[in-house]
Design a protein around this ligand. Structure first.
Ligand code: EPU
Length: 346
């Protein structure tokens, strides 16, 4: 379906009020193919917008937006121990988590309540509480935005990394994901290494947790720290957790002995950006109608009527200050779009 001069307020979880000239939503890959082929578009002339949970819009969009609106789920393969589930790109991610919980399929319970749609999940390899999408990912199907051809990407071809994939690099802007396939387990297998999960289960009085309990614990942790986009515009973590050299980290902890870190490789560690921003005193800071969330410094929020520019200016200030404070450069996790849907560097 083709629409013109669309308000994008409900298409981005930051709740930025802006518009798009053209929006094409589809419920079958064939409709998208037809749209692409009817108009022989350049890959740069259309942009894909799913649940809008990882973007910051700074200007009205001039390019045609493609919005997946296909929402089916089906089990396409089943053995006694595993299933492969196909989920369409327009399905809300958490609806897929609920489907898995209802059928006792293990693997994505720690990813409960992550905002956004299934099609966007592989783009940034969503992750939380000790689990990343790539661990259960089988393959995806996508439409080539230049030719309209239906293509398939294996897990290896997706080149997943921490909040990263080929779709944020060489394949950026070239495809629209239409379906994702996940391999889930029918055998109980819970991931509770993340300290807060165990702590929350203890508080819930659960000693031998099942699938639903872990999801409940994750939902509890998320709701206690992260603002609900329905009431407070935000896009989750605004920055990635920076990865730095272990030697550099050793020099930093001489001055900040409390600085947390997680090992990444032999000579690299990840440092929580939320901790750095918090330490530098930014929690609750307000810039116009944009602010740093007062419970989780990694999340920037729209206090109502904030422009995308205001949020971007706030992010820039924070980035500069963290560099001055710690010598660490933060990179945004959120995609900051200009009027053509191109990423703006901070
Ligand atoms: N911290 C602070 N102050 C803050 C925020 C965090 O001191 O304001 C400290 C915490 O005490 C903790 C550490 O920083 O020691 C890490 O915090 P937390 O466990 O909340 O996780 P995070 O590193 O801030 C990451 C993901 C989240 C994900 C959580 C849980 C990134 C960029 N963010 O946050 O993902 O939910 O871990 O796994 O990797 C998202 O991507 O949108 C997102 C919310």
């Amino acid at each position: 379906m083709l629409s013109h001069d669309i308000k994008l307020d409900s298409y981005n979880t930051f709740g930025i009020k802006t518009t798009a000239k053209v929006l094409f939503s589809f419920t079958t890959p064939e409709q998208l193919q037809e749209f692409i082929q009817s108009d022989k578009k350049d890959p740069g002339s259309v942009i894909v917008l799913g649940g809008g949970s990882n973007i910051l819009l700074t200007e009205p969009l001039e390019r045609a937006i493609i919005h997946p609106n296909n929402r089916d789920i089906e089990v396409v393969e089943e053995t006694t121990t595993e299933v492969v589930v196909r989920a369409e790109a327009g399905l809300v991610w958490d609806d897929l988590v609920h489907f898995a919980l209802d059928h006792q399929y293990y693997g994505i319970e720690n990813l409960s309540m992550i905002p956004g749609n299934c099609g966007a999940a592989p783009i940034q390899n969503i992750g939380a509480y000790g689990v990343e999408l790539c661990e259960v990912f089988e393959k995806l199907e996508a439409i080539d935005l230049q030719t309209g051809a239906l293509v398939s990407f294996s897990k290896q071809e997706c080149e997943f990394g921490y909040r990263d994939s080929v779709f944020k690099n060489q394949a950026k802007g070239l495809y629209c994901v239409t379906d994702i396939y996940l391999r889930l387990s029918k055998i109980p297998r819970l991931q509770m290494s993340y300290g807060a999960i165990q702590k929350t289960l203890d508080q819930m009085g659960v000693s031998s947790p099942d699938l639903g309990d872990v999801s409940k614990a994750v939902r509890h942790i998320r709701s206690s720290k992260l603002p609900d986009p329905e009431t407070t515009g935000n896009a989750g973590s605004f920055f990635k957790n920076p990865v730095i050299e272990t030697d550099f980290y050793q020099s930093l902890i001489k001055r900040w002995p409390e600085m947390p870190s997680y090992p990444v490789s032999e000579n690299k560690v990840k440092v929580p950006a939320g901790w750095l921003i918090d330490q530098a005193g930014w929690k609750g800071y307000r810039h116009g109608n944009a602010a740093v969330h007062d419970l989780q410094a990694l999340v920037l929020i729209n206090l109502g009527n904030s422009s995308g520019r205001e949020v971007m200016e706030l992010a820039k200030k924070i980035r500069m200050d963290i560099y001055e404070h710690f010598g660490i450069r933060l990179e945004p996790e959120v995609n900051i779009w200009d009027r053509c849907g191109r990423n703006i560097e901070l």
